[in-house]
Design a protein around this ligand. Structure first.
Ligand code: NIG
Ligand code: FE
Length: 396
Protein backbone atom coordinates (compact mmCIF):
# COMPACT_ATOMS: atom_id res chain seq x y z
CA UNK A 1 0.00 0.00 0.00
CA UNK A 2 1.14 3.55 -0.71
CA UNK A 3 2.51 5.55 2.21
CA UNK A 4 1.16 8.79 0.82
CA UNK A 5 -1.16 9.80 -1.98
CA UNK A 6 -1.10 13.39 -3.17
CA UNK A 7 -4.27 14.03 -5.10
CA UNK A 8 -5.79 16.97 -6.89
CA UNK A 9 -2.36 18.24 -7.93
CA UNK A 10 -1.23 20.27 -10.93
CA UNK A 11 1.96 18.35 -11.66
CA UNK A 12 4.76 20.12 -13.55
CA UNK A 13 7.86 18.03 -14.14
CA UNK A 14 10.67 17.51 -16.63
CA UNK A 15 11.19 13.91 -17.72
CA UNK A 16 14.07 11.51 -17.95
CA UNK A 17 17.48 11.13 -16.41
CA UNK A 18 19.65 13.04 -18.88
CA UNK A 19 20.34 16.79 -19.15
CA UNK A 20 17.76 18.58 -21.28
CA UNK A 21 18.59 21.37 -23.73
CA UNK A 22 15.87 23.93 -23.03
CA UNK A 23 12.98 22.14 -21.42
CA UNK A 24 10.74 19.10 -21.67
CA UNK A 25 8.27 19.95 -18.92
CA UNK A 26 4.87 18.30 -18.89
CA UNK A 27 2.02 19.86 -16.95
CA UNK A 28 -1.05 17.81 -16.07
CA UNK A 29 -3.64 17.36 -13.35
CA UNK A 30 -3.18 14.15 -11.42
CA UNK A 31 -2.04 12.15 -8.43
CA UNK A 32 1.33 11.10 -7.02
CA UNK A 33 1.78 7.99 -4.91
CA UNK A 34 4.76 7.56 -2.60
CA UNK A 35 5.97 4.30 -1.12
CA UNK A 36 9.21 3.62 0.73
CA UNK A 37 10.54 7.08 -0.16
CA UNK A 38 10.09 6.53 -3.90
CA UNK A 39 7.56 7.71 -6.45
CA UNK A 40 5.44 4.57 -6.75
CA UNK A 41 2.58 5.96 -8.79
CA UNK A 42 1.95 8.90 -11.05
CA UNK A 43 -1.17 9.37 -13.07
CA UNK A 44 -3.67 11.76 -14.47
CA UNK A 45 -6.70 10.10 -12.91
CA UNK A 46 -8.41 11.39 -9.78
CA UNK A 47 -6.80 8.66 -7.67
CA UNK A 48 -9.95 7.63 -5.80
CA UNK A 49 -9.29 3.94 -6.35
CA UNK A 50 -5.81 4.01 -4.83
CA UNK A 51 -5.25 2.94 -1.27
CA UNK A 52 -2.83 4.87 0.87
CA UNK A 53 -2.00 5.23 4.55
CA UNK A 54 -2.28 8.98 4.19
CA UNK A 55 -3.98 11.16 1.61
CA UNK A 56 -3.01 14.75 0.95
CA UNK A 57 -5.40 16.88 -1.08
CA UNK A 58 -3.26 19.47 -2.89
CA UNK A 59 -6.38 21.47 -3.71
CA UNK A 60 -5.32 22.04 -7.32
CA UNK A 61 -1.96 23.48 -6.32
CA UNK A 62 1.18 23.28 -8.45
CA UNK A 63 3.44 20.33 -7.58
CA UNK A 64 7.02 20.11 -8.88
CA UNK A 65 10.10 18.01 -8.16
CA UNK A 66 12.06 19.14 -5.11
CA UNK A 67 14.53 21.85 -6.08
CA UNK A 68 18.15 20.78 -6.49
CA UNK A 69 20.76 23.31 -5.37
CA UNK A 70 23.80 21.88 -7.10
CA UNK A 71 26.36 24.57 -6.22
CA UNK A 72 26.78 25.84 -2.66
CA UNK A 73 29.59 26.62 -0.25
CA UNK A 74 27.43 25.46 2.66
CA UNK A 75 29.93 25.04 5.49
CA UNK A 76 31.73 28.19 6.66
CA UNK A 77 32.64 30.16 9.75
CA UNK A 78 31.55 33.78 10.24
CA UNK A 79 29.93 36.06 7.67
CA UNK A 80 31.35 38.92 5.56
CA UNK A 81 28.98 41.84 6.11
CA UNK A 82 32.01 44.08 6.78
CA UNK A 83 32.91 43.84 3.06
CA UNK A 84 29.48 44.84 1.87
CA UNK A 85 30.03 48.61 1.84
CA UNK A 86 33.27 48.17 -0.11
CA UNK A 87 31.39 46.18 -2.72
CA UNK A 88 28.73 48.87 -2.95
CA UNK A 89 31.50 51.45 -3.50
CA UNK A 90 32.65 49.29 -6.42
CA UNK A 91 35.83 47.66 -5.05
CA UNK A 92 36.28 44.56 -7.28
CA UNK A 93 35.88 41.06 -5.80
CA UNK A 94 39.44 40.08 -6.78
CA UNK A 95 40.89 43.25 -5.15
CA UNK A 96 39.18 42.38 -1.87
CA UNK A 97 40.68 38.88 -2.13
CA UNK A 98 44.15 40.30 -2.92
CA UNK A 99 43.99 42.45 0.21
CA UNK A 100 43.47 39.32 2.36
CA UNK A 101 39.68 39.70 2.52
CA UNK A 102 37.07 37.72 0.65
CA UNK A 103 37.58 33.96 0.72
CA UNK A 104 40.70 34.36 2.89
CA UNK A 105 38.76 36.11 5.65
CA UNK A 106 36.22 33.26 5.70
CA UNK A 107 39.18 30.85 5.83
CA UNK A 108 40.31 32.44 9.10
CA UNK A 109 36.82 32.24 10.57
CA UNK A 110 36.40 28.61 9.43
CA UNK A 111 39.76 27.57 10.87
CA UNK A 112 38.75 29.17 14.18
CA UNK A 113 35.36 27.43 14.35
CA UNK A 114 34.89 24.00 15.94
CA UNK A 115 33.40 21.12 13.93
CA UNK A 116 30.37 21.31 16.20
CA UNK A 117 29.82 25.00 15.49
CA UNK A 118 30.11 24.46 11.75
CA UNK A 119 27.75 21.49 11.95
CA UNK A 120 25.05 23.40 13.83
CA UNK A 121 25.31 26.37 11.52
CA UNK A 122 25.14 24.31 8.31
CA UNK A 123 22.24 22.28 9.70
CA UNK A 124 20.34 25.51 10.32
CA UNK A 125 20.91 26.55 6.70
CA UNK A 126 19.76 23.17 5.38
CA UNK A 127 16.55 23.28 7.38
CA UNK A 128 15.80 26.73 6.01
CA UNK A 129 16.68 25.67 2.46
CA UNK A 130 14.21 22.84 2.77
CA UNK A 131 11.53 25.32 3.85
CA UNK A 132 12.22 27.11 0.55
CA UNK A 133 11.71 23.94 -1.48
CA UNK A 134 15.28 22.64 -1.82
CA UNK A 135 15.55 18.90 -1.18
CA UNK A 136 19.09 18.18 -2.47
CA UNK A 137 22.19 20.29 -1.88
CA UNK A 138 25.74 20.06 -3.20
CA UNK A 139 28.23 21.34 -0.61
CA UNK A 140 31.81 22.38 -1.31
CA UNK A 141 34.67 22.64 1.13
CA UNK A 142 37.31 25.28 0.41
CA UNK A 143 37.40 27.53 3.44
CA UNK A 144 40.17 25.58 5.13
CA UNK A 145 43.03 25.59 2.63
CA UNK A 146 44.84 23.29 5.04
CA UNK A 147 44.21 19.59 5.37
CA UNK A 148 42.81 19.71 8.88
CA UNK A 149 40.20 22.39 8.20
CA UNK A 150 39.19 21.01 4.80
CA UNK A 151 38.61 17.65 6.50
CA UNK A 152 36.64 19.39 9.26
CA UNK A 153 34.30 20.89 6.65
CA UNK A 154 33.93 17.57 4.83
CA UNK A 155 33.23 15.76 8.10
CA UNK A 156 30.38 18.18 8.76
CA UNK A 157 28.87 17.32 5.38
CA UNK A 158 29.25 13.62 6.09
CA UNK A 159 27.50 13.97 9.46
CA UNK A 160 24.65 15.92 7.89
CA UNK A 161 24.23 13.20 5.28
CA UNK A 162 24.04 10.65 8.06
CA UNK A 163 21.33 12.82 9.63
CA UNK A 164 19.27 12.28 6.48
CA UNK A 165 19.92 15.43 4.44
CA UNK A 166 20.36 14.66 0.74
CA UNK A 167 23.83 16.12 0.26
CA UNK A 168 26.51 15.75 -2.39
CA UNK A 169 30.01 16.42 -1.12
CA UNK A 170 32.68 18.30 -3.11
CA UNK A 171 36.29 18.86 -2.05
CA UNK A 172 37.41 22.32 -3.12
CA UNK A 173 40.73 22.71 -1.34
CA UNK A 174 41.93 24.72 -4.37
CA UNK A 175 39.53 27.59 -3.72
CA UNK A 176 42.18 30.27 -3.03
CA UNK A 177 45.93 30.40 -2.49
CA UNK A 178 46.75 30.65 1.22
CA UNK A 179 48.65 33.76 2.30
CA UNK A 180 52.41 33.53 1.71
CA UNK A 181 52.21 30.23 -0.19
CA UNK A 182 53.31 29.60 -3.78
CA UNK A 183 50.34 28.50 -5.88
CA UNK A 184 52.28 25.70 -7.66
CA UNK A 185 53.39 24.29 -4.31
CA UNK A 186 49.86 24.57 -2.99
CA UNK A 187 48.37 22.61 -5.92
CA UNK A 188 50.90 19.83 -5.25
CA UNK A 189 49.86 19.85 -1.60
CA UNK A 190 46.16 19.68 -2.45
CA UNK A 191 46.86 16.75 -4.80
CA UNK A 192 48.66 14.96 -1.97
CA UNK A 193 45.49 15.15 0.20
CA UNK A 194 43.25 13.45 -2.39
CA UNK A 195 43.82 9.80 -1.40
CA UNK A 196 42.83 10.64 2.19
CA UNK A 197 39.53 12.25 1.19
CA UNK A 198 37.90 9.47 -0.78
CA UNK A 199 35.44 8.64 1.99
CA UNK A 200 34.42 12.26 2.32
CA UNK A 201 33.93 13.69 -1.15
CA UNK A 202 32.50 12.55 -4.44
CA UNK A 203 33.61 15.55 -6.53
CA UNK A 204 36.71 17.74 -6.74
CA UNK A 205 36.31 21.39 -7.78
CA UNK A 206 38.84 24.20 -8.41
CA UNK A 207 38.57 27.99 -8.77
CA UNK A 208 40.21 28.60 -12.17
CA UNK A 209 40.64 32.37 -12.17
CA UNK A 210 43.21 35.18 -12.05
CA UNK A 211 44.30 35.52 -8.44
CA UNK A 212 43.32 31.90 -7.75
CA UNK A 213 44.54 29.00 -9.97
CA UNK A 214 45.59 29.12 -13.62
CA UNK A 215 44.53 26.71 -16.34
CA UNK A 216 47.61 24.51 -16.05
CA UNK A 217 47.25 24.16 -12.28
CA UNK A 218 43.54 23.45 -12.62
CA UNK A 219 44.20 20.75 -15.22
CA UNK A 220 46.87 19.17 -13.06
CA UNK A 221 44.57 18.95 -10.05
CA UNK A 222 41.49 17.74 -11.91
CA UNK A 223 43.49 15.12 -13.82
CA UNK A 224 44.91 13.82 -10.54
CA UNK A 225 41.43 13.85 -9.01
CA UNK A 226 40.04 11.79 -11.89
CA UNK A 227 42.87 9.29 -11.47
CA UNK A 228 41.95 8.95 -7.80
CA UNK A 229 38.36 8.14 -8.80
CA UNK A 230 36.67 11.47 -8.07
CA UNK A 231 34.18 13.12 -10.40
CA UNK A 232 35.17 16.64 -11.31
CA UNK A 233 33.74 20.13 -11.75
CA UNK A 234 35.26 23.57 -12.13
CA UNK A 235 34.59 27.24 -11.28
CA UNK A 236 35.32 28.57 -14.76
CA UNK A 237 35.31 31.81 -16.74
CA UNK A 238 33.57 33.79 -14.01
CA UNK A 239 35.54 37.03 -14.11
CA UNK A 240 38.14 36.28 -16.79
CA UNK A 241 38.13 33.59 -19.45
CA UNK A 242 41.19 31.45 -18.72
CA UNK A 243 39.84 28.52 -20.73
CA UNK A 244 38.25 26.75 -17.78
CA UNK A 245 35.04 25.71 -19.51
CA UNK A 246 36.95 24.23 -22.47
CA UNK A 247 39.06 22.36 -19.93
CA UNK A 248 35.86 21.04 -18.33
CA UNK A 249 34.80 19.67 -21.72
CA UNK A 250 38.24 18.19 -22.41
CA UNK A 251 38.37 16.36 -19.07
CA UNK A 252 34.71 15.28 -19.12
CA UNK A 253 33.66 17.29 -16.06
CA UNK A 254 30.09 16.77 -14.88
CA UNK A 255 29.62 20.53 -14.81
CA UNK A 256 31.37 23.85 -15.25
CA UNK A 257 30.15 26.69 -13.05
CA UNK A 258 29.60 30.46 -13.45
CA UNK A 259 30.64 30.79 -17.17
CA UNK A 260 29.88 34.49 -17.45
CA UNK A 261 32.82 34.99 -19.80
CA UNK A 262 32.60 31.65 -21.63
CA UNK A 263 32.53 32.18 -25.40
CA UNK A 264 30.86 30.40 -28.31
CA UNK A 265 33.64 27.88 -28.89
CA UNK A 266 33.78 27.00 -25.16
CA UNK A 267 30.04 26.40 -25.18
CA UNK A 268 30.22 24.25 -28.31
CA UNK A 269 32.88 22.07 -26.69
CA UNK A 270 30.89 21.72 -23.48
CA UNK A 271 27.69 20.88 -25.34
CA UNK A 272 29.53 18.17 -27.27
CA UNK A 273 31.09 16.71 -24.12
CA UNK A 274 27.77 16.69 -22.23
CA UNK A 275 29.11 18.95 -19.48
CA UNK A 276 26.29 20.79 -17.71
CA UNK A 277 26.55 24.61 -17.54
CA UNK A 278 25.89 25.40 -13.87
CA UNK A 279 24.77 29.02 -13.89
CA UNK A 280 24.54 31.23 -10.81
CA UNK A 281 22.35 34.23 -11.57
CA UNK A 282 22.06 35.41 -7.95
CA UNK A 283 25.86 35.88 -7.88
CA UNK A 284 25.77 38.14 -10.95
CA UNK A 285 22.98 40.07 -9.25
CA UNK A 286 24.79 40.39 -5.92
CA UNK A 287 28.16 41.35 -7.43
CA UNK A 288 26.42 43.63 -9.93
CA UNK A 289 28.16 41.76 -12.76
CA UNK A 290 27.17 40.68 -16.27
CA UNK A 291 24.97 37.62 -16.60
CA UNK A 292 25.95 34.35 -18.27
CA UNK A 293 24.49 34.01 -21.78
CA UNK A 294 22.05 31.29 -20.89
CA UNK A 295 19.73 31.77 -23.84
CA UNK A 296 22.61 31.57 -26.33
CA UNK A 297 23.85 28.46 -24.56
CA UNK A 298 20.50 26.74 -25.00
CA UNK A 299 20.36 27.82 -28.64
CA UNK A 300 23.80 26.25 -29.10
CA UNK A 301 22.60 22.91 -27.73
CA UNK A 302 23.98 23.36 -24.21
CA UNK A 303 22.08 22.08 -21.17
CA UNK A 304 21.82 24.74 -18.49
CA UNK A 305 21.37 24.30 -14.73
CA UNK A 306 20.74 26.95 -12.10
CA UNK A 307 21.97 27.03 -8.50
CA UNK A 308 22.34 29.59 -5.69
CA UNK A 309 26.15 29.56 -5.15
CA UNK A 310 25.24 30.11 -1.47
CA UNK A 311 28.39 31.43 0.26
CA UNK A 312 29.25 34.21 2.72
CA UNK A 313 30.85 36.51 0.12
CA UNK A 314 29.50 36.59 -3.41
CA UNK A 315 26.03 35.17 -2.76
CA UNK A 316 24.77 35.08 0.84
CA UNK A 317 21.44 33.66 -0.29
CA UNK A 318 20.19 30.09 -0.05
CA UNK A 319 16.76 30.70 -1.54
CA UNK A 320 16.80 28.94 -4.90
CA UNK A 321 13.39 30.42 -5.74
CA UNK A 322 15.03 33.84 -5.89
CA UNK A 323 17.79 32.57 -8.20
CA UNK A 324 15.04 31.12 -10.40
CA UNK A 325 13.24 34.47 -10.56
CA UNK A 326 16.48 36.18 -11.54
CA UNK A 327 17.15 33.51 -14.18
CA UNK A 328 13.82 34.26 -15.83
CA UNK A 329 14.20 38.00 -15.70
CA UNK A 330 17.89 38.44 -16.52
CA UNK A 331 18.63 35.35 -18.65
CA UNK A 332 15.24 35.67 -20.40
CA UNK A 333 14.57 31.97 -19.85
CA UNK A 334 11.01 30.69 -19.75
CA UNK A 335 9.47 29.29 -16.54
CA UNK A 336 9.64 25.78 -18.06
CA UNK A 337 13.33 26.21 -18.91
CA UNK A 338 14.12 27.46 -15.43
CA UNK A 339 12.16 24.66 -13.76
CA UNK A 340 14.17 22.15 -15.80
CA UNK A 341 17.40 23.97 -14.90
CA UNK A 342 16.79 23.90 -11.15
CA UNK A 343 15.59 20.28 -11.02
CA UNK A 344 16.60 17.69 -13.66
CA UNK A 345 19.58 19.54 -15.16
CA UNK A 346 20.91 20.49 -11.74
CA UNK A 347 20.57 16.84 -10.72
CA UNK A 348 22.57 15.80 -13.81
CA UNK A 349 25.30 18.29 -12.88
CA UNK A 350 25.87 16.28 -9.70
CA UNK A 351 25.40 12.85 -11.35
CA UNK A 352 21.97 12.34 -9.80
CA UNK A 353 19.84 12.39 -12.96
CA UNK A 354 18.58 8.86 -12.52
CA UNK A 355 17.39 9.28 -8.92
CA UNK A 356 16.12 12.86 -8.52
CA UNK A 357 15.12 15.94 -10.53
CA UNK A 358 11.76 14.78 -11.87
CA UNK A 359 8.55 13.23 -10.60
CA UNK A 360 8.71 9.85 -12.28
CA UNK A 361 8.28 6.24 -11.22
CA UNK A 362 11.17 4.95 -9.16
CA UNK A 363 12.77 8.31 -8.48
CA UNK A 364 13.22 9.56 -4.92
CA UNK A 365 10.07 11.09 -3.51
CA UNK A 366 11.18 14.72 -3.40
CA UNK A 367 8.25 16.96 -4.25
CA UNK A 368 7.18 20.49 -3.48
CA UNK A 369 3.58 21.64 -3.28
CA UNK A 370 3.47 25.35 -4.03
CA UNK A 371 1.05 28.06 -3.07
CA UNK A 372 0.46 28.54 -6.77
CA UNK A 373 -2.14 27.24 -9.20
CA UNK A 374 -0.09 27.45 -12.38
CA UNK A 375 3.61 27.36 -13.27
CA UNK A 376 3.90 31.02 -14.28
CA UNK A 377 2.92 32.24 -10.81
CA UNK A 378 6.00 30.59 -9.32
CA UNK A 379 8.27 32.77 -11.46
CA UNK A 380 6.14 35.90 -11.68
CA UNK A 381 5.87 36.45 -7.92
CA UNK A 382 9.15 37.05 -6.13
CA UNK A 383 10.49 37.94 -2.70
CA UNK A 384 8.16 35.74 -0.68
CA UNK A 385 8.43 32.03 0.01
CA UNK A 386 5.87 30.34 -2.21
CA UNK A 387 6.20 26.86 -0.67
CA UNK A 388 3.02 25.24 0.66
CA UNK A 389 4.55 21.90 1.65
CA UNK A 390 7.83 20.09 1.05
CA UNK A 391 8.04 16.30 0.95
CA UNK A 392 11.61 15.01 1.05
CA UNK A 393 12.29 11.33 0.39
CA UNK A 394 14.20 10.87 3.60
CA UNK A 395 11.21 11.76 5.74
CA UNK A 396 9.43 8.47 4.86
O1 NIG B 1 31.53 30.61 -6.37
N1 NIG B 1 34.18 32.12 -7.07
C1 NIG B 1 34.68 31.52 -6.12
N2 NIG B 1 34.04 31.01 -5.08
C2 NIG B 1 32.78 31.43 -4.60
C3 NIG B 1 32.88 32.63 -3.72
C4 NIG B 1 33.27 32.27 -2.38
C5 NIG B 1 33.43 33.45 -1.48
O2 NIG B 1 33.47 34.62 -1.92
O3 NIG B 1 33.52 33.16 -0.29
C6 NIG B 1 31.81 31.60 -5.73
O4 NIG B 1 31.27 32.68 -5.98
FE1 FE C 1 30.97 28.91 -6.02
Amino acid sequence: MLDLLIKNALIATPKGSKPVVGENVEIFKGTIGIEASKIAHIGSEAGEALEAKEVLDAGGRLVTPGLVDAHTHLVFGGFRQHEFSKKIEGVPYLDILKAGGGILSTVEATRAATEEELYEKAKGFLNEMKNYGTTTVEAKSGYGLDFETELKQLKVVKRLREDGFDLVSTFMGAHAVPKGVNSNDFIEEVISWLPKLKDYAEFVDVFCEDGAFNLEQSEKLLTAAKKEGFFIKIHADEINNLGGSSLAAKLGAASAEHLIEADKSDIEKMAKAGTVAMLLPATSFYLNKPYAKAKTMIESGQAVAIATDFNPGSSPNFNLQLAMNIACIKYRLTPKEVLTSATLNAACGINRGSSIGSIELGKNANVVIWDAYDLDFLFYAFGSNKVYKVIAANSF
